[in-house]
Design a protein around this ligand. Structure first.
Ligand SMILES: NC(=O)c1ccc[n+]([C@@H]2O[C@H](COP(=O)([O-])OP(=O)(O)OC[C@H]3O[C@@H](n4cnc5c(N)ncnc54)[C@H](OP(=O)(O)O)[C@@H]3O)[C@@H](O)[C@H]2O)c1
Length: 323
């Protein structure tokens, strides 16, 4: 049985804590900078241990795997610390601020022979796995085009980590990472790309962007926004039909149409809990099998997406203060 310790008692830690009892893992410890907060999570979710500092939890030899649930600007520091203690790691997205940090983490994890994975839960969802299989089997023919968006109006959250450059704030690292992940999962690494961005230049973050990925025989149009609700659908157009994945990042529903737009297949797989259970069980299985890397969210995939996001930010003249 793998015992999990969570770093950071914030919002996403609640999603993780709710899903965990429905896997074969143990919700062992919660660590917050504030012991009272850790104690209240312990009471609410049934953790065995509560710690008032991250290092105190990492010193507990019974913690096998650490789930890092802090803002992305802190992931590098917290992963390096967890590796000093020889822990396996599941770290929230975006994995780090840039590709250089991601490579450092993977190199150190390799030298310690421990498992590390970006918590890109979307790739573990059965609807995503099923649609990927069908595409690979040629159900809609050769892929020609992808249109995908992820956006919501977060203006009321100004002042939060979402808009804090020191925390990796901005649309790209918060939600752009999802559209980049789904595009590269289905289409691979593009030959070239271009983009237009709406910057909040005085505050040093990106509010929204349109990204075009160019492939030899296909094209992908990706949109993400922290100021506007978008349709959040991933549409794949092939030579033999079309596929729509609704709310692709937390997908439970997909529709496949022929060239006459007649529905030929519907996939509907509701989450048993909130969808996090699939990636958590994936991590447990991988660690139990002595793997140091997931076969679904590979180190290479995380690194390549970080590199693409580095290129986009460089083209916009956007640098985080702490990189
Ligand atoms: N997979 C998903 O669907 C999903 C959804 C939302 C977010 N996320 C990712 O999860 C991570 C956390 O997001 P969240 O929405 O849970 O954030 P959050 O509610 O702000 O929680 C982050 C936690 O990090 C800890 N922390 C440590 N140092 C901090 C600092 N200097 N400033 C702020 N917090 C600090 C805090 O915990 P303590 O005070 O307890 O130490 C805080 O509660 C982000 O990387 C985000 O991209 C993923």
């Amino acid at each position: 049985m793998i015992r999990f310790g969570v770093i950071g008692a914030g919002k996403i830690a609640q999603t993780f804590s709710t899903a965990m009892p429905h896997t074969h893992g143990i919700l062992y410890a919660i660590a917050s900078r504030n012991l009272d907060k850790a104690l209240s999570y312990q009471e609410q979710y049934g953790y065995e241990k509560a710690y008032g500092s991250y290092e105190a939890m990492l010193s507990d030899p019974l913690v096998d795997c650490v789930y890092i649930a802090t803002p992305h600007g802190l992931h590098y520091e917290h992963m390096m610390l967890a590796l000093d203690y020889g822990k396996h790691i599941l770290c929230e997205k975006s994995f780090t601020l840039n590709a250089r940090q991601a490579k450092d983490v993977f190199d150190k994890a390799k030298s310690k022979h421990v498992f590390v994975m970006e918590a890109m839960w979307t790739k573990y969802l059965p609807v995503i796995q099923a649609t990927k299989r069908l595409i690979d089997q040629g159900l809609i023919g050769n892929l020609l085009k992808m249109d995908v968006s992820f956006g919501f109006d977060a203006e009321h959250r100004r002042g939060s980590r979402l808009f804090d450059p020191a925390m990796g704030g901005g649309a790209l690292l918060d939600i752009g990472v999802y559209v980049m992940t789904i595009a590269t999962y289905f289409l691979g690494i593009p030959q070239s790309m271009d983009s237009t961005v709406m910057l909040d230049a005085s505050n040093g973050f990106d509010l929204s962007e349109d990204i075009h990925l160019h492939y030899p025989k296909a094209h992908a149009h990706l949109r993400c926004s922290l100021s506007e609700k978008l349709d959040n659908i991933c549409t794949l157009t092939g030579t033999q039909g079309t596929m729509e994945i609704i709310d692709f990042w937390r997908a439970e529903h997909a529709f496949i149409y022929d060239l006459n737009h007649q529905l030929i297949q519907e996939i509907h797989i509701p989450h048993p809990i909130n969808g996090f259970e699939y990636q958590i069980q994936g991590v447990i299985d991988a660690i139990t099998n002595h793997q140091t890397e997931s076969t679904i969210v590979t180190h290479q995939a995380t690194l390549e997406i970080m590199k693409l996001m580095d290129q986009l930010r460089a083209s916009w003249g956007l640098k985080f203060p702490n990189e």
